[in-house]
Write a protein that binds this ligand. Structure first.
Ligand code: B3K
Ligand code: ZN
Length: 850
């Protein structure tokens, strides 16, 4: 067990590895309780090294024997690894260790899931498999032999010899140990083939447990689309004879990009119309693409050290969002990404867990697979592309791939290819990697003699350990609209570099209405005094879909905030503007569905806190409910029409078009259910032949305070499908009334199907509670207590998932003194637990330090 707060690791202390590895040979003799791992590793001293100590990472391993150049040695073994005297010349290290995959509940290293062996090595899991320099800047080729009775035995690279009880694999591409993978089990495959642009034939497989074969076709199509897209858009071709994907039920995250052998949480690859929603299909397509794209951005070019994580993650998220935009709707993808960014990354960036896109220190790197590294990391790349332009971006990427192929790189390497190809100085831009916090961008305007001027000022509030911030480079996309709604200045990119800066637009006939930060061109909080009339005008006329949507959101938010703080009535002007937008059948139904959705309770709490008001979760919930009621009442005829006009006849397809129609129809249904007591939803539930329709109807019934029978029927229908049952758990908690959420969650944790050992089920239950703000923050503290109880139970088994879920408490300083006291008590109770994992102890420590 990783125990207590560990030492802090600093980026500034990076030192090159003492020894490099040329070749690794591994033999696995599989056994649930006593797997033997035999390693033969070719080492050589690193001429660049400053230290010559031979240290191999190793945790929870039983060392059976070790030898150097065939001579037995007795290394000095500690909890973290071993040291040993070695020759001052290339040598061969051999070791045999024993591990117990069946007792590995942390799901890191080699473990078992439903009787199947699988691995998760990123970031530092390989050290739980054998002794090795487990750091990403040590890259080597791997040859693997797996011995066992399992029908299917997989590892990275291309297949070698196989026979009764064994299979061999060879990966010709040097890779760090975190990309190692092994899978063995009685699996079945969904096969296919792909021909790369240079004519190479690649075997493709999705491997699943028997019974899941029927849920692979969509993932396979997504894989082939990703392969084609990466060739077309980035010129990147696949580089092995085979590409395997495996679905695993017990997995700490979404998926993992192991070379040639991607391992997926089954929820992120298995799909069927009956069991998966439109949202699931879109997410699966995106994650398959993401992991596939890592083959170049992550695997062929990897990270020098874990501080550089955004080098592969930010870029790969950016690439997968480009892919989704190309496959579906670009504006809808952008708006959805910004909703997530604000909900997760802005929340993180404005609380105790705020950290740089490239962190400078950590205790447990697994705690830094965050929205900041991933999503803000992707935003930074989007800004870079806007600043240099599309052509220069392509040129820089080409240089990046040629120059750094086969290397372990840094953010400096990445920025240098842009500096060299564009001649730009990116030293100020680099602050995006080294300054945490969300910049506030204030705007004032002036109008004089036909010249319209925008005065900007930027300020980033202090974050933990960073009291003072310097101005950042902000790409601000601006357009101007004339009084009649015509665009008088099309989108132009302003480049702000100073703390305060003004930009003038001369020669205008009338004072324009500005559309600022089009496409959300920088991840900032825009602060601008404006009127609701102007917002309604932009909602009606803006040609930029993001800002059109944003205007509607601001309008909704303004009304909601007044309802929350002043008890105001629902804003008639908002309802009118909404009616006009929703009625416009020339607009994409998916866009209209986004306009129809109100800002989340979390978004409202964040906004209030930012404005210096203590958010009251009950008041926020109540105001939002009241507005939803008013929308249902005011827009009923229109909603009825939208519902009926957007029914999709015929066989289910997860494509963007039909999904968009369902999104709008189901958005309408949610409101209509507040009027008809769920009658229409009950009809839809009964008639549904796909999960999107079924689950949407069930949600509406719960919103209408109905659905007890359907909840039961749903369970009876789906009890054999664990992924659908996850939805069943989550739904009941997400839509529980605030005062009942903790009780419902507590009750569901007693259900025979609840198990904390499965991260999906744990998240579907405790994670759903944390995602129901009014319920989680119930005044009596029952939500806090229940979550803390379960985190304490899970921590000894699965520190990673425990630590990640601690972020439910990261917003505690927003709330009133009573709630803060209750949360602090729970955090302190967790922190005081003897033997608490390093993961959880770091998280709780950082949150408490607020
Ligand atoms: N690289 C993995 C995440 C590994 C998380 C380790 N705690 C998945 C991804 O980003 O593609
Ligand atoms: Zn990734």
């Amino acid at each position: 067990m990783k125990d207590m707060a560990g030492p802090t690791i600093y980026l500034s202390e990076y030192a090159p590895p003492a020894y490099l590895v040329d070749e690794v040979h591994l033999t696995f003799r599989l056994d649930p309780n006593a797997t033997r791992v035999l390693s033969r590793i070719r080492f050589r001293p690193n001429p660049e090294a400053t230290d010559t100590t031979f240290f191999l990472h190793g945790e929870q391993l039983t060392l059976i024997s070790a030898a150097i150049d065939g001579q037995p040695v007795s290394p000095e073994v500690s909890d973290e690894g071993l040291t040993c005297a070695v020759p001052d010349a290339p040598f061969t290290w051999e070791a045999e260790v024993e591990i117990a995959p069946a007792r590995n509940f942390a799901l890191e290293g080699l473990y078992m899931s439903n009787g199947m062996y699988c691995t998760q090595c990123e970031a530092e899991g390989f050290r739980k498999i054998t002794y090795y320099p487990d750091r990403p800047d040590v890259m080597a080729t791997f040859t693997v032999r797996i011995e066992g009775d399992e029908k299917v035995k997989l590892s990275n690279g291309n297949p070698g010899a196989s026979g009764e009880g064994f299979a061999e694999w060879h990966d010709p591409w040097p890779k760090p140990a975190y990309l190692f993978a092994l899978v063995a089990g009685d699996l079945v495959n969904h096969p296919d083939r792909f021909t790369t642009k240079s004519g190479k034939d690649v075997e493709l497989n999705i491997w699943v447990r028997p019974g899941d074969e029927g849920k692979c076709a969509f993932g396979m199509e997504a894989l082939k689309k990703s392969m084609t897209w990466d060739e077309d858009v980035y010129g990147r071709e696949y580089d092995l004879d085979i590409f395997n994907i495996v679905a695993v039920d017990d997995f700490n995250m979404g998926a993992m990009e192991n070379k040639g052998l991607n391992i997926f949480n089954s929820s992120c690859v298995l799909a069927s119309p009956e069991t998966s929603t439109d949202g699931n299909f879109e997410r699966i397509e995106a994650i398959i693409a993401h992991e596939y794209f890592h083959n170049w951005t992550g695997n062929r070019i990897t990270c020098r050290d874990w501080f550089q994580l955004c080098l592969k993650e930010g870029l790969t998220v950016y690439r997968d969002s480009q892919f989704t935009a190309d496959m579906r709707s670009e504006p809808v993808k952008r708006i959805s990404d910004v909703i997530t960014l604000r909900a997760r990354q802005f929340r993180e960036d404005n609380g105790p867990l705020a950290h740089n896109v490239r962190p400078e220190s950590f205790q447990e790197i697994n705690n830094f697979y965050t929205a900041t590294v991933y999503e803000k990391g992707a935003e930074v790349i989007g800004m870079l592309k806007e600043l240099v332009g599309d052509e220069a971006y392509d040129k820089a990427l080409d240089l990046y791939f040629t120059r750094h192929d086969g290397q372990a790189c840094t953010i400096e390497d990445w920025l240098t290819v842009f500096e060299e190809t564009t001649g730009r100085d990116l030293s100020q831009f680099k602050r995006w990697y080294s300054q945490a916090g969300t910049p506030r961008l204030k705007v004032r305007e002036a109008w004089e003699d036909g010249t319209y001027t925008l005065h900007f000022s930027q300020m980033t509030p202090p974050t933990p350990g960073q009291p003072d911030k310097l101005p950042q480079v902000l790409p601000i996309a601006v357009g101007l609209l004339g009084p009649n709604g015509d665009e008088v200045q099309e989108t132009t990119l302003l480049e702000m570099t100073e703390a305060e800066q003004s930009f003038a637009f001369p020669g205008l006939a009338a004072k324009p209405v500005p559309s600022i930060l089009r496409g959300f061109s920088a991840p900032v909080i825009l602060e601008r005094e404006t009127t609701n009339a102007e917002r309604a005008f932009l909602l009606a006329h803006d040609t930029d879909p993001f800002n059109k949507w944003e205007a509607g959101r601001m309008l909704a938010k303004d009304g909601l905030l007044r309802m929350i703080t002043d008890g105001a009535a629902p804003d008639a002007a908002y309802l009118g503007a909404l009616q006009a937008t929703l009625s416009d059948d020339s607009l994409d139904p998916a866009f209209r569905a986004l306009v129809l959705a109100l800002p989340s309770e979390e978004d409202l709490a964040q906004t209030l806190f930012d404005a210096g008001v203590t958010p009251d979760p009950d008041a926020i919930h109540a105001a939002r409910e009241r507005l939803l009621e008013a929308m249902a009442e005011e827009l009923e005829p229109l909603l009825t029409r939208l519902y009926h006009d957007h029914q999709v006849p015929g066989a289910y397809s997860p494509d963007a078009g039909p999904s968009a129609a369902r999104a709008l129809a189901n958005g309408a249904l949610a409101l209509l259910s507040r009027r008809d007591g769920g009658a229409l939803a009950a009809q839809q539930y009964a008639a549904a032949d796909n999960m999107t329709q079924q689950l949407a109807a069930l949600t509406c019934l719960l919103i209408a305070g109905k659905g007890a029978n359907e909840v039961k029927a749903f369970y009876d229908q789906w009890q054999a499908d664990r992924l659908v049952i996850d939805k069943w758990f989550a739904l009941q908690i997400a839509y529980a009334a605030p005062g009942e959420a903790a009780g419902v969650t507590g009750m569901l944790t007693q259900h025979p199907d609840f198990t904390m050992k499965n991260p999906n089920r744990f998240r579907a239950t405790l994670g759903a509670l944390a995602g129901n703000p009014a319920g989680f923050h119930a005044k009596d503290g029952a939500g806090y207590r229940l979550l803390a109880d379960w985190l304490l139970q899970l921590d000894p088994l699965n520190p990673q998932t425990t630590a990640r879920m601690c972020s439910a408490f990261e917003t505690w300083k927003r709330y009133d003194a009573d709630r803060q006291d209750l949360i602090r008590a729970e955090l302190e109770r967790i922190a005081a637990k003897p033997g608490l994992s390093r993961d959880t102890s770091e998280m709780v420590g950082r949150i408490l330090a607020a």
